[in-house]
Write a protein that binds this ligand. Sequence first.
Ligand SMILES: [Zn+2]
Length: 444
Amino acid sequence: MDINTSELDCLVQKYEELLTSTADTLWDYAETAYQEIKSCTLLKKHLCSHGFTLLPTSPQLPTAFAAKYGSGRPVIGLLGEYDALPDMAHPADCFLPTEPTSCLTSAGHGCGHHLLGTGLLAAALFLKDLMDKYQLPGTIIYFGCPAEENEAGKSQMLAQGFFRDVDAAFSWHPHAQSGIFNQSLANQRVSYTFTGTSAHASLAPHLGRSALDACELMNIGVNYLREHMPDNARIHYAYLNAGGKLPNIVPAKAQLLYAIRSPQSREAAELRKRVDRIAAGAALMTDTKVDIQTRCIYDSLLPNPSLDRLLLKYMKTFSPAIYTPEEVSYAAQAEKVLGNPACDMPLCTLPDLSLTRKTGISTDVGNISQKLPCTAFMTACYAKDTPLHHWTAVAQGKSSIAHKGMLTAGKILAASIWELLLSPEIMEHAQKDFLTEKVKRDIA
Ligand SMILES: [Zn+2]
């Protein structure tokens, strides 16, 4: 049974103020990985005041939580995120890159997770009202998922047993265009710490063994590796410790953080072994030692055609997006700084309705998708060419365009899950798809 869309519009009206103010407050908090105390407290407060019950959590993950409503099967998970990016603060609605920031914090919502977490709150509240009114079967669990950025927080939640007994999970992500989100790159985050011997670089250079030299040689080795790796793989790195600030001291300690990405988790693991060997080679060349630590692993997204089709159906239902002339000129300001001043329509009003959609990004929703049937999508929340992890996305994070995309995401989620709760056969197909896709990719 399809949902009555005007009923959903009434629910949007009922909760709009609460939802937009929640997203704006999360934008203000801008808390980074595992520091999201205020953000998760606010979301928990709204869920509890609307009848959701908090489930036991893990002391190791104080900013993770789960809040449920309803009873029995199916059990549907909503994967909410709310972490910001470090060094990304930018004033709202400001399109000048050099404008001095008036933000209180140096972190900013450059990936739109304030909208993401709130869009799933929207779905939770809409579904709660619908479940009450129509006596729908099943359970909804809002999972508060910390540290998506840089830490793959959901991998820790999986290890702590958060998603046990969940039949299917849903997520979404703010973007510049709506569409399905069922492909991502697996990503191994690995730190390489080199330890050498310090010495005066001029008085006794022969006694020094430079950890910085080892880092540089490792990076050169990986640059040569790039010629001989698959086209669709990606490797990038940052110095976490470049060995100090004084050129006359041979650095005894230096550290690199690598992101090693490939379309499949298994390929990323293979590529990482080659990078590890280069690190060992760099240590050998410089007479230093290397300590290799896996910081976190993002698995690639496993598509689930049955659930993806369900989302696409409602993406179509709730399109095109209608924008006011003010919103169009607002987006035009963003397009101007993004180098596209002449574009006629600076916003994507229609979704991309293809069933597979390639992206170069990684997400820890991938880790969930390899454990249970899972699906995700994107809605347009920004001007057409806005890249994520960029100050222009932070600037647009409190705009009515962003709010609109978030509320549309809430409607798409609620409508899809409504249909899923009422159609056990879709759940069965989703389970079959999950097993088929795992076999295709040889995932245990
Ligand atoms: Zn993100």
